[in-house]
Design a protein. Structure first.
Length: 448
């Protein structure tokens, strides 16, 4: 279902600069969309046209198949449905406290005082901002300001959230937190549209990528189609994602094969053939040059050990090595693979369903006591709060699904706390991976 469409959209600034030159796009509901392109390609101007801040000089913008109208009443309604978060959060935050900033949008839409308070309190809790409620926005960090700016849009309950360079000026931890939030909002049915210069982000995150150049859509499609096209990247002055560059180097050396991967998990799947020839390993005991040794996999690392009948692979070391040293092994015969771990998902109620308040924290602790998990992850606000209340230190709380699958492929058992329907999303992604991967990952779900 198409939620936003543009037809022959054109816009020029008063100085004559043509910013948007005949853009036709169709954005489907519930998708994650990334617009990439060099500075001056028209990304920011397009976003202002999509939510009615600017009116096109030619063409039209349609929302749910209806052209935008630019009278005050119509614009208020469209901005309730299509929220925009600007690149510089300081341009969006102006109220004396975080509460008043988040309340500005709902109040401007004519919500009753009771509904405004309800929307703001629910949004602050959902986004873990309650403790900042009475703080002046200008006293916050860049990451906190970005979250408050997003909260001001989320409180208006829009169908579409547009973010212009959402990770600009953020440290890695703040950037990861924002992307986790956007993934959660998408899972709640929101359509998320971003602009970014970060091709690594766009390649692993987006469902659809639009490449802008000179105010026009130069190319669009799935990230794998866009970012595997070297000629396209060169012509638009974009760089290849690091994963794609790594894959091509591996491919040239005969280590990997298949389609260009967009994620680390895809890259590892392209390399899952048996090990042959000379390999680097870690000695588990003292070995001598020319000694025949057994080989096994532990947590994704090749280990040299004394040979015995149960080992599936053997080789011959090229130099003396003490226990713990790296050593080269030649004439590797047999197949090297580690056992596959399992992923156990615990479904935590969403904030709107009571969140961690409706969780038996002792039951979660008992689950950890009864079963040994090598890695623990948390997806979504209520899952992270539950982990904190239970005293659980998480190993990953961003890119949780990929991190859990990569760990399972290394033979590690993983526990994932997931808010609401995200639990089913984990199971779905694992099942999809099992259909194409060489090794099967067991995945189970339970509710608390």
């Amino acid at each position: 279902m198409v939620i936003i469409e543009t037809r022959d959209l054109k816009y020029a600034y008063p100085d004559g600069t043509l910013a948007i030159d005949g853009i036709d796009i169709k954005i489907e509901k519930g998708k994650k969309i990334a617009f990439v392109g060099p500075n001056g390609s028209g990304k920011s101007t397009l976003f202002l046209l999509l939510n009615g801040t600017l009116a096109p000089q030619q063409g039209e913008v349609l929302f749910h198949d209806r052209p935008l109208r630019y009278d005050s009443r119509s614009l208020n309604e469209i901005r309730k449905q299509i929220g925009i978060v600007f690149q510089n959060s300081n341009d969006q935050l102006f109220a004396p406290t975080v509460y008043h900033d988040v309340a500005f949008g709902p109040a401007n839409l004519g919500f009753s005082e009771e509904k405004v308070e309800s929307c703001v309190n629910r949004t602050l809790e959902y986004m873990s901002l309650t403790q900042l409620r009475d703080k002046p926005p200008h006293h916050l960090s860049s990451g906190q300001k970005k979250k408050v700016a997003i909260a001001g849009v989320v409180a208006m309950e829009p169908d579409v959230i547009i973010l212009d360079e959402p990770l600009s000026n953020l440290d890695p931890a703040g950037a990861s937190e924002i992307m986790e939030l956007l993934n959660e909002l998408k899972h709640l049915g929101k359509t998320i549209i971003i602009s970014t210069h970060d091709v690594d982000l766009a390649s692993r995150w987006a469902d659809v990528v639009y490449v802008l150049k000179g105010g026009q859509i130069y190319r669009s499609g799935h990230p794998s189609r866009i970012f595997s096209d070297r000629a396209l990247m060169e012509h638009t002055k974009l760089k290849l994602p690091a994963i794609v560059e790594t894959f091509r180097e591996f491919e040239a050396r005969g280590i990997a094969e298949g389609h260009a991967p967009m994620t680390l998990l895809d890259l590892m799947d392209s390399m899952e053939s048996p090990y042959t020839g000379v390999r680097c390993a870690v000695a588990d005991c003292d070995v001598s040059k020319g000694q025949k040794v057994g080989l096994c996999m532990r947590e994704g690392t090749i280990i040299v050990a004394a040979p015995h009948s149960e080992q599936e692979a053997t080789g011959r070391v090229l130099s003396d090595a003490a226990a713990g040293d790296e050593v080269l092994v030649e004439d590797v015969r047999g197949s090297l693979s580690s056992k596959t771990g399992r992923i156990h998902v615990v479904q935590i109620p969403r904030v709107i369903e009571g969140g961690s308040k409706n969780v038996d924290i002792e039951g979660v602790r008992e689950l950890l006591d009864k079963a040994t998990f090598d890695r623990v992850g948390a997806m979504g606000t209520s899952a992270k709060v539950t982990a904190a209340k239970a005293g659980i230190v998480t190993d990953f709380d961003v890119d949780v699904i990929q991190s859990a699958m990569l760990s399972a492929l290394r033979g590690l058992d993983c526990l994932v706390l997931a808010s609401g329907g995200m639990a089913e999303l984990v199971k779905k992604r694992v099942d999809e991976r099992n259909q194409s991967g060489n090794r099967h990952i067991q995945c189970s779900i339970e509710k608390v």
